[in-house]
Design a protein. Structure first.
Length: 363
């Protein structure tokens, strides 16, 4: 089987990293895999090439760069894949417009329940007819794709989520020294892409409400909102308690330095960072949204609160401070749950099964 995995970009982020893990897993099962992106090459392009996987980039500079579709067409004709598996709206639409017109089955996939870009939903609805199946990794996402995009329920495949290797734990004091964090601080960790939908400002506001000034926030990641968050912390008088170390290729030190993981997103699909924190055994506080409720319903141990309210977030953190034994037990139970339920091989095998059904139906 020859498969082209197509995504909007290969920058470091949740969906691209998930796709890279899938590419390695598929290759390990003997599938010929190529990975393409619509944007210029990203840092993950080099990593894939270093692992011996073929990659290409269409070099799109904006969503209006229609020349990228012509470049994509040339790459697909050259690769002649059995199917194209796209991820994220721009790649989904491009695959439907290009690969489907070439007679190649297209599988789309959605990674988050998006609320801020209505035009994405319109594009998905208008082009969905040209794909053969749609993959998601949560029941909440499946319902979103059916209800919002108009997908036929029988064409939506629920693929179990997974994480890669759990980051290695290091000495707590050494981890804190790496980030310049005092030994006695209570550290709240957030990891991801700085974007308004992540509501990182609620974490900063939580520090402002902390009259004891015992809390610090380790906000690890990159993205367009990072400077805004730094400026907000300065304006609220808590800049000295916010650490912004940038993107962390190895999350082990950040997770080792933290007392709790906080994830106040407005919307998510099945977030890599939260899954990694659960797998590591860090007590987690997350927003009470469908994807996170689904994790709790499946058996993951995390506290769900209305993270739109910084006071509610602070209250959950205070509980962890006041009940460290219970918080530690919650983390241990989460790690055990993740080991049983977030296995990469399950993701790969379910994805291959979806591919085989699509190809069988196309004959």
């Amino acid at each position: 089987m020859k498969v082209l995995l197509l995504i909007t970009d290969l920058e470091r982020g949740g969906s691209p990293l998930r796709l890279v893990r899938l590419a390695h897993g598929l290759a390990g099962e003997g599938i010929q895999v190529a990975v393409g992106c619509l944007a210029p090459p990203g840092p993950l392009s080099a990593e894939l090439q270093g692992a011996g996987l073929r990659t290409f980039a269409c070099g799109a500079r904006s969503v209006r760069d229609l020349g990228a579709l012509l470049r994509l067409r040339r790459e697909i004709r050259d690769l002649a894949p059995d199917l194209v598996h796209a991820t994220l709206t721009h790649a989904n639409v491009a695959a439907r417009l290009v690969a489907a017109r070439l007679g190649i089955p297209v599988i789309g996939s959605t990674a988050t329940i998006e609320v801020e870009r209505r035009w994405h939903r319109r594009l998905e609805r208008c082009t969905l007819r040209w794909e053969s199946a749609h993959l998601v990794n949560s029941a909440a996402l499946a319902e979103h794709v059916v209800r919002t995009f108009g997908a036929a329920r029988e064409h939506v495949f629920l693929i179990p989520p997974s994480i890669g290797q759990v980051p290695a734990r290091i000495d707590r004091d050494a981890a804190r020294r790496r980030f310049g964090i005092p030994p006695m601080a209570h550290v709240l960790l957030w990891v991801g892409r700085f974007d308004p939908v992540k509501r990182i400002d609620r974490i900063v506001e939580c520090l402002r409400l902390d009259e004891e000034r015992s809390l610090m926030a380790l906000l690890a990641g990159a993205g367009p909102e990072k400077e805004h968050i730094a400026a907000l912390a300065a304006r609220l008088g808590v800049r000295d308690r916010v650490v912004l170390p940038g993107w962390q290729a190895d999350l082990g030190p950040a997770l080792s330095a933290a007392d709790a993981f906080v994830f106040p997103s407005l919307t998510e699909g099945m977030p890599n960072a939260l899954l990694a924190a659960l797998g590591f055994g860090l007590p987690c506080v997350a927003s009470d949204i469908p994807a996170h409720r689904e994790l709790a319903d499946r058996g993951a141990r995390l506290r769900l609160v209305d993270c739109g309210d910084a006071a509610a977030l602070l209250s959950a953190v205070r509980w962890m401070q006041a009940a460290p034994a219970e918080a530690e037990a919650m983390g241990l139970l989460s790690a055990a749950w993740a080991e049983q339920n977030l296995r990469p091989e399950a993701t790969v095998q379910a994805t291959i099964a979806a591919y085989e059904r699509v190809l069988a139906a196309a004959k």
